[in-house]
Write a protein that binds this ligand. Structure first.
Ligand code: SF4
Length: 366
């Protein structure tokens, strides 16, 4: 339904901006699990999960996570592998480790409660200025600014100005406007969450729905017809291409696994053993690295896995069962063996699921 337009203003009226958003949000907020019964801990978990992950994927994961770890102290007590397993499907596992570390810090420093002050929140692992502002304002009603991609886009369009967010002057400009915005709000929680919601659902990057927008009467970009030019489109950074050969080695119901190094992609997560290289490894090159004959390796598939910065080209190799058995009995640095059933049933990353699918160990529908 088109929103009442009202008179077009020459300048952005500071009070009208948050008030229109608050009024709109009260009638249009999506029904999301963490909004039904708001708790500070639930807000922290949702903010961690929503970084770089779409809302639809977070909804189920958030509910399962809260069932598994209902309190900060239950999360703090849990082994890391349990936390990572509960994070399965969300990707960017560093966030799970940070959330786990933050829960321990909250137990140690804040008696198991979420701190209310921005500076205390920012001192916790994995919580930056945006996340701290979101938690302080949404969970505790503090007048703290937030700026993420959605918020910055709405602010820039409303003010009719495309600033460069990779420059400190641009960042400062947006943060100042975001602070003015929340200072003028009736309810900082509603105003900030409403602004995020508006950016996610109405003022979208490519096709903003200005006719349904509560800010259309204030919005300079709309008046100038420059919505598509604000923010300025910058070319996406080129992804680095890397190659990984994944090895499916099974012996009498056991499968070889390794734990990835503590830094880098999928840090410290269990994977089938892998060899990384600058270009695709042939069977002979991979066999030489493994110290086996190339006839013991059979290629069973390949796929490309994209992350925000990398394009990982996987080739999946199945190892001959007798050779795998020999390696299992001889032992091999960095490899350990788990029952195949527990590998295929355990929650895992999207890349591991695709590796197992290539080897026929998971159905395509998984
Ligand atoms: S009027 Fe259009 S461009 Fe302006 S804030 Fe609303 S959706 Fe965005």
């Amino acid at each position: 339904m088109p929103y009442a337009q009202g008179a077009v203003c020459a300048a952005v009226e500071p009070k009208a901006f948050p008030l229109r958003v608050e009024q709109w949000f009260k009638g249009n907020a999506r029904d999301l699990p963490w909004r039904r019964r708001r708790t500070a801990y639930g807000t922290v978990v949702s903010e961690f999960m929503l970084q770089q992950t779409q809302v639809v994927r977070v909804c189920d994961a958030w509910q399962q996570f809260l069932r598994r770890f209902p309190t900060i102290s239950s999360l703090a007590r849990a082994p890391e592998q349990d936390v990572l397993a509960a994070w399965a499907g969300l990707g960017y596992y560093r966030r799970a480790r940070h959330l786990h570390a933050a829960s321990k810090a909250m137990v140690a420093l804040h008696r198991g409660h979420v701190p209310r002050a921005r500076h205390e929140l920012e001192a916790l692992p994995g919580i930056g200025p945006y996340c701290a502002g979101a938690i302080a304002s949404i969970a505790f009603g503090k007048r703290e600014a937030i700026v993420d991609g959605n918020v910055a886009r709405v602010i820039m369009r409303v003010h009719g100005r495309a600033v460069n967010l990779t420059k400190s002057t641009g960042k400062r400009w947006v943060w100042r406007r975001a602070q003015q915005y929340v200072d003028a709000a009736d309810d900082p929680s509603c105003a900030n969450e409403g602004l995020m919601e508006l950016g996610a659902t109405i003022c979208t990057p490519r096709l903003p729905r200005c006719e349904e927008c509560p800010l259309s009467a204030l919005c300079r970009a709309r008046r100038m017809g420059s919505q598509q030019r604000i923010p300025a489109v910058r070319s996406a950074p080129k992804r680095m291409r890397v190659h990984r050969a994944a090895i499916l080695a099974e012996s009498a119901g056991w499968m070889a696994q390794c734990i990835l190094p503590p830094r880098g992609l999928w840090a410290r997560l269990p994977f089938p053993p892998m060899e990384e290289s600058g270009r695709r490894l042939s069977a002979a090159m991979l066999a030489a690295r493994l110290g086996i004959h190339k006839s013991a390796l059979r290629c069973c598939g390949s796929f490309v896995f994209q992350t925000s910065h990398r394009e990982v080209h996987f080739v999946v190799w199945r190892m001959d069962a007798r050779v795998a058995q020999r390696l299992r009995h001889a032992g091999r640095d960095g490899w350990f063996w788990r029952p195949v059933r527990s590998v295929t049933k355990a929650p895992s990353t999207g890349a591991v699921r695709q590796i197992l699918q290539c080897g026929g160990r998971l159905s395509r529908s998984v």
